[in-house]
Design a protein around this ligand. Structure first.
Ligand code: IMP
Length: 431
């Protein structure tokens, strides 16, 4: 049960696994009754897929709420912002007749992702050999590194030509030296980058905002705000399976700094948990199934990266890590996604503990060396064969599916409030 006694006025959607929990669909579903949707961390490494009116949209940077015309969307300062990707998404939305003007805002404090960040990301991965993280190569780690090293270039710096010129020159001097000497790469031309990015800066002026101010103003007016998390808790820079993580604060803790608001505004926290587990990229994944079950989940669940197209590593639901993530975010309720993908499996397994050497542990270990050795301790329950995509009430689910949900509630220690049973907007069960 939640430890928070007071409720703020906002809702938060947080992933409880290694990303790809199906948050896109859930944010789209919840956005219908919200006024403002805010992204607060990550960058274009995210891939939020939404099926709307028979069409598939994949968002990397722009909040998923943009498809609801009365909703305003903000990209907060905790995001690392790739202008090229942003304008690509804006074009797709415009070509579908989605109005952007007056509805889409970007914090002037966001740090900009430059081509040298992407180059360094790829080069580091290539040179890491077997130790590589399996990043998306979109420059996320290098951009956050620059931010922490106080070398980053923010949007407010980009639009001020003199400041931009000085900062870009300083950055390129260092980055080009590193790329050329350590990685034998080619380096970047100042003139070309300066002109291209100063132009992006000009085009971005109408979108610029103070994210915290927009949220506070909305709350004062009694509007409903939703914070949209990207990636998942197990990829969090501080609390995830370090170093196999992304470089941002993916949990509820990232909201205050990433959106420029007080943690006091955080209200209900929804933790999104896919009915089975997937991971893309490197790092330990205790319940991974490399054989028939893994392939079946991948094909039935369409488990290929929305950003990179890489096949996701699939396996059984892991309630050791799910409980850890739910407790960390103090989630009020769970949202279970892709329950329909499990239809047809005769028996289902759920990890309740890990065996590490001679010990059985129920706490999620912090060292990856322990996680690599962890053998899941499973309980097995019967599956169901009925198609469930048409169910709209909990009582319409087969008995064994209901029992599976109740088992998750018991093992994670949080109630399930929403169950998704298919990719379209309507395929949702509220409890
Ligand atoms: P980066 O965020 O590109 O630096 O990648 C770091 C790790 O996070 C890699 O294992 C990626 O595959 C993973 N990752 C990053 N973004 C996502 C996401 O949106 N979904 C799933 N995995 C992600």
């Amino acid at each position: 049960m939640s430890l928070r006694s007071k409720r703020g006025k906002t809702d938060c959607v947080i992933g409880l696994q290694w990303g790809d929990e199906g948050k896109g669909k859930i944010v789209d579903f919840l956005s219908e009754k919200r006024d403002l949707v805010v992204r607060y961390q990550g960058g274009s490494n995210a891939g939020h897929t939404v099926m709307a009116n028979g069409e598939e949209f994949i968002f990397h940077l722009i909040p998923t709420g943009i498809l609801h015309r009365n909703v305003k969307c903000v990209i907060g300062q905790g995001v690392v912002f790739d202008p090229e990707k942003f304008f690509e998404e804006v074009e797709v939305l415009r070509s579908h007749g989605v109005r952007i003007e007056g509805r889409l805002f970007v914090s002037r404090r966001v740090h900009v992702v430059f081509p040298y960040h992407k180059a360094l990301d790829s080069l580091r991965e290539r040179h890491a050999g077997e130790k590589k993280i399996g990043t998306t190569s979109l420059g996320i780690g290098p951009a956050y590194s620059d931010k922490s090293a106080r070398l980053g270039i923010r949007l407010c710096d980009l639009i001020d030509r003199t400041t931009f010129e000085v900062l870009l020159a300083q950055n390129l001097k260092e980055k080009n030296a590193l790329i050329r000497s350590a990685y034998k790469g080619r380096g970047f031309s100042f003139k070309e980058l300066y002109e291209r990015y100063a132009d992006y800066g000009k085009r971005l002026v109408p979108f610029l905002c103070d994210c915290g101010e927009i949220v506070r103003d909305a709350l004062k007016k009694g509007k409903k705000v939703l914070f949209e998390g990207a990636q998942g808790t197990l990829l969090d820079i501080d609390n995830g399976t370090y170093p196999f993580v992304t470089s941002s604060s993916t949990g509820v803790d990232g909201i205050a700094s990433g959106a420029g608001v007080s943690p006091q505004v955080i209200g209900r926290v929804f933790g999104v948990l896919k009915a089975y587990a997937t991971r893309v990229g490197g790092g330990p994944h205790p319940t991974e199934e490399s054989g028939e079950v893994g392939n079946l989940l991948r094909e039935r669940g369409g488990e290929y990266g929305a950003t990179t197209g890489r096949p996701r590593r699939c396996g059984w639901l892991d309630c050791v890590s799910a409980k850890y993530a739910a407790d960390l975010n103090d989630v009020d309720s769970l949202i279970i996604t892709k329950l329909d993908v499990l239809t047809g499996l005769k028996r289902l397994k759920v990890a309740v503990a890990y065996r590490i050497g001679s010990k059985e542990v129920r706490e999620f270990p912090c060292q990856v060396s322990a996680l690599w050795k962890a053998k899941p301790v499973y309980i097995e329950v019967p599956g169901w064969s009925e198609e469930i995509g048409g169910a709209r009430r909990f009582s319409q689910l087969p008995k064994n599916a209901r029992n599976y949900i109740r088992l998750i509630e018991k093992l994670v220690g949080r109630p399930v409030s929403i169950i998704s049973v298919g990719s379209s907007r309507e395929q949702v069960i509220g409890r």
